[in-house]
Design a protein around this ligand. Structure first.
Ligand code: V47
Length: 374
């Protein structure tokens, strides 16, 4: 890209100056980025920052999602996945079923299990510890990225113990890090409507803080495209950035587009490609202290995720295998992508693919084996 871009929207000129100087953007800058139609200028700036931090690399991983249960005591209006225990379509895996599910597709040499589920009224902390131990025994090389901050808070409350103690016990059983889900949008006004049964934004941040203080890394997310305002989005990003200044525990941010199908909010229109790309770019620009921005292809389609690599994203997530949360909410993307397809999406965008483990250490593969390079 040229050193002197054409900026169509003059409101973005002060933002460009800050980006070129490597200065932090303010909440007002964030709002200007959300309100400007000049997507190419926003993308130019986001790409500048992306290449400054991650060069020409786009990361991906070979992972599998495991959702041990969809039974959930909460009834969040944003969600099509959670079900009541009495619902005939609800499921809860036995421990053996979790371990058997984990082993399916093993030939792809998976390096990560991404494990999240509903807030089950009966499964105990001890059950989850046994689940993790069983996975570690069977798949010792696989990183266990497990439980959202919401699940951790719920397990602590149900076990009548503290969040740090819950984290400690899960960690001893094999939990290696935490995914970024459940953050939704921190605005209380919006949470009351889309997820009033969930912990509030401050508690989500408190659990993340406790995890980071215990030495665990995590991801973070923002759910957009429902009833939130641009100011709510900016507030969410700024609160994540503030916690990151304190703990440095977030590895990756993932903007998640709301999928309305089969939820009580199905009257809300789906997000547009423009908004999906804008959220990637604005988050790259605002979250100057979070190393990676993920374009989650399941949510934004492989085609938009591919373009996102030139608008701030440096990660496409992974093979995923058996995604349920988005597909229950009407996602029409595949439930998994082959490694070769991920490579094609990256190289055709002119980026260099690097297979990573969960903590972004490169993974080197031969025909029959793989090693994590440290
Ligand atoms: O926690 C639920 C959201 C999240 C819907 O950490 C919905 O690497 C849209 O967190 N429409 C799960 N979103 C996905 C998630 C995630 C995905 C990929 C990678 C990582 C990571 C994390 O999806 C939930 C919730 O925030 N969600 N229902 C829905 N109808």
């Amino acid at each position: 890209m040229s050193a002197q871009p054409n900026i169509d929207d003059a409101r973005l000129l002060p933002v460009l100056e800050k980006v070129q100087a490597g200065a932090r953007l303010s909440a007002a800058d964030g709002l200007a980025l959300y309100q400007s139609p000049d997507i190419l200028s926003i993308g130019y700036m986001a790409n500048l920052v992306r290449e400054r931090i991650n060069g020409n690399t786009t990361f991906f991983n070979v992972n599998r999602h495991i959702n041990p249960t969809d039974v959930c005591v909460a009834s969040c209006r944003l969600c099509a996945f959670g079900k009541k225990a009495r619902d005939p379509k609800a499921y809860t895996m036995s421990l053996e079923q979790v371990w058997e599910t984990a082993g399916r597709g093993w030939s792809e040499a998976i390096t990560e299990f991404h494990i999240v589920g509903g807030l089950h009224p009966e499964l105990t902390l001890d059950w989850y510890c046994r689940m993790l131990r069983g996975l570690k025994e069977r798949f010792p090389s696989v990183h266990l990225k497990a439980f959202t901050m919401v699940e951790i808070s719920y397990l602590a409350q149900r076990s009548k113990t503290t969040v740090p103690d819950t984290l400690q016990r899960l960690r001893e059983a094999g939990m290696d890090s935490l995914p970024g889900g459940g953050a939704e949008i921190f605005s209380e006004r919006v949470r009351r409507i889309i997820c009033d049964h969930k912990i509030d934004g401050s508690e989500w941040l408190n659990v993340a803080r406790a995890a980071h203080r215990a030495g665990l890394k995590s991801n973070c997310t923002m759910l957009y495209g429902h009833i939130e305002s641009d100011a709510d989005r900016v507030d969410h990003l700024v609160r994540l950035r503030e916690l990151q200044d304190e703990t440095h525990g977030f590895v990756t941010f993932i903007p998640l587009a709301f999928h309305p199908d089969h939820t009580p909010l199905q009257h809300i229109p789906k997000t547009t490609g423009f908004d999906d790309i804008r959220n990637i770019a604005v988050s790259r620009l605002m979250l100057d202290n979070i190393p990676h921005i993920k374009a989650y292809w399941v949510m934004m389609t492989p085609k938009i995720a591919q373009i996102a690599q030139r608008f701030g994203a440096d990660d496409l997530d992974g093979t995923v295998v058996e995604e349920k949360i988005y597909h229950d909410a009407g996602a029409t993307t595949e439930q998994s992508l082959r490694r070769a397809e991920l490579l094609r999406l990256i190289t055709e965008a002119g980026r260099e693919p690097v297979e990573r483990d969960t903590l972004y250490r490169p993974v080197e593969r031969t025909e029959t084996a793989f090693t994590v390079l440290v």
